[in-house]
Design a protein around this ligand. Structure first.
Ligand SMILES: NC(=O)c1ccc[n+]([C@@H]2O[C@H](COP(=O)([O-])OP(=O)(O)OC[C@H]3O[C@@H](n4cnc5c(N)ncnc54)[C@H](O)[C@@H]3O)[C@@H](O)[C@H]2O)c1
Length: 297
C-alpha cells in the first residue's frame, strides 16, 4: 500500500514538525487543529524554518514553494476522508485521543492507518476505540522532529505486521531510522531516559554533586550533548514527574519512584524552562544561571 496523503491532527510543536518533515519528503499533508490560531502558528513556523534552509543554501526557493504547495491546513477533521495515514499529535490525554480516533474511524476509508505520536499512552487501548485495531500503530517522533533522526514504531496487541512495515517505510522515507517497540510504558527510549533524569535529580538531592557538576559529569564523562538536569528543565519537571508516577504505578518497582526533590520542585512551581525556573533560571528561554536555591552560601 502506497502512502501519499497524510492527515496530521494537532498543529503544536510535534504536529507541525511532523507535517514539515513529511512535505519535505514529498508527502501531501493536511495539518489539522481545533484552534485556528494554532494552525496559523504551525504553518508560519514551517514556512520560517524552510526559509532558514533556503538562506543556508540547503534548499532552493522553488523547492520551498513546492513543499508549501503540498501543505493544506484545516480546522475540520472531515478533510481526513482522503488520507492514507493519520498521524495524531494532540495533547497527551487518553480520552481526547480516543475521541479523535473514534471520530476519524467514521470519516476515513477502511484502508487508512491511524498512527499516534503519544509518548506514554497505550496503543492497545487507543486501538480499542476504533473498528480497525490492526491498523492502529505508534509513530513516536522526537523533538525537534525535522532534526532528530529517530522514530519509534510502537505495536499494540492487535497491530498487524503489514501496518508496522508500512509506517516504518514512511518513517524511513522521511529520512529517519526506525526502531520497533512493544506497547509498554515509555517504549524504548523514554523507559531508559526518564529514570536516568530522575536519578540525576536524586543525586542532586543527596548532595553528591552540584547542579553544574551533575550536568558536567554526564556531558564530559558520557559524551551526552546536554546535562540531565538541563534536559529535565527542557522537557518540563511536571511532565517528568507525571511520567515517573506512571512508570512507578504501571511497572511497580521502587526504582521508578519519583525523587522527593522532583516532587518539591513541581510543588514550588519550578517547572523548568517554560516557567522561567527549574534547576536553572531562564530569561526568554535562554539559560542564565543556576537556580539560587541550589547555590551554596
Ligand atoms: N513535546 C515533545 O517533546 C514530545 C516528544 C514526543 C512525543 N510527544 C507527544 O506528542 C503529542 C503532542 O505534543 P506537543 O508537545 O506537540 O503538544 P502541543 O501542546 O504543542 O500541541 C498540541 C496541539 O493539539 C491541538 N489539539 C488539542 N486537542 C485537539 C483536538 N481534539 N483536535 C485537533 N487539535 C487538537 C492543540 O490546539 C495544540 O495545538 C503528545 O501526545 C506528546 O506526548 C511530545
Amino acid at each position: 500500500m502506497e502512502i501519499r496523503n497524510i492527515f496530521v491532527v494537532g498543529s503544536g510543536l510535534m504536529g507541525s514538525g511532523i507535517a514539515q518533515t513529511a512535505i519535505q519528503h514529498g508527502y501531501n499533508v493536511t495539518l489539522n487543529d481545533q484552534s485556528k490560531a494554532a494552525l496559523e502558528r504551525g504553518q508560519a513556523g514551517i514556512s520560517k524554518r524552510l526559509d532558514r534552509l533556503v538562506e543556508k543554501g540547503r534548499m532552493t526557493a522553488e523547492e520551498k514553494q513546492a513543499c508549501m504547495d503540498r501543505l493544506t491546513t484545516s480546522v475540520s477533521v472531515h478533510t481526513a476522508a482522503n488520507a492514507d495515514l493519520v498521524i495524531e499529535a494532540i495533547y497527551e490525554n487518553l480520552e481526547a485521543k480516543r475521541a479523535i480516533f473514534q471520530q476519524l474511524d467514521k470519516i476515513c476509508d477502511a484502508h487508512t492507518i491511524f498512527a499516534s505520536n503519544t509518548s506514554s499512552i497505550s496503543m492497545t487501548s487507543l486501538a480499542a476505540a476504533t473498528s480497525r485495531p490492526e491498523r492502529v500503530v505508534g509513530m513516536h517522533f522526537f523533538s525537534p522532529v525535522p532534526v532528530m533522526s529517530l522514530v519509534e514504531i510502537v505495536y499494540g496487541l492487535r497491530t498487524s505486521k503489514e501496518v508496522m512495515d508500512i509506517v516504518a517505510g514512511v518513517g524511513e522515507h522521511m529520512g529517519k531510522r526506525t526502531i520497533l517497540a512493544k506497547d509498554k510504558p515509555g517504549f524504548i527510549v523514554n523507559r531508559m531516559l526518564l529514570p536516568m533524569l530522575n536519578e540525576a535529580v536524586q543525586v542532586l538531592d543527596e548532595d553528591i554533586g552540584s547542579v553544574e557538576d551533575v550536568d558536567e559529569g554526564m556531558m564530559r564523562g558520557c559524551n551526552h550533548p546536554m546535562g540531565p538536569l538541563a534536559l529535565a528543565d527542557m522537557i518540563g519537571l511536571d511532565i517528568l514527574l507525571e511520567v515517573m508516577e506512571t512508570f512507578y504505578l504501571d511497572l511497580g518497582d521502587t526504582k521508578y519512584r519519583p525523587s522527593h526533590l522532583l516532587r518539591k520542585m513541581v510543588a514550588a512551581g519550578y517547572l523548568g524552562r517554560k516557567s522561567g525556573a527549574g534547576f536553572y533560571l531562564y530569561d526568554e528561554g535562554k539559560k542564565i544561571g543556576v537556580n539560587p536555591i541550589f547555590v551554596k552560601h
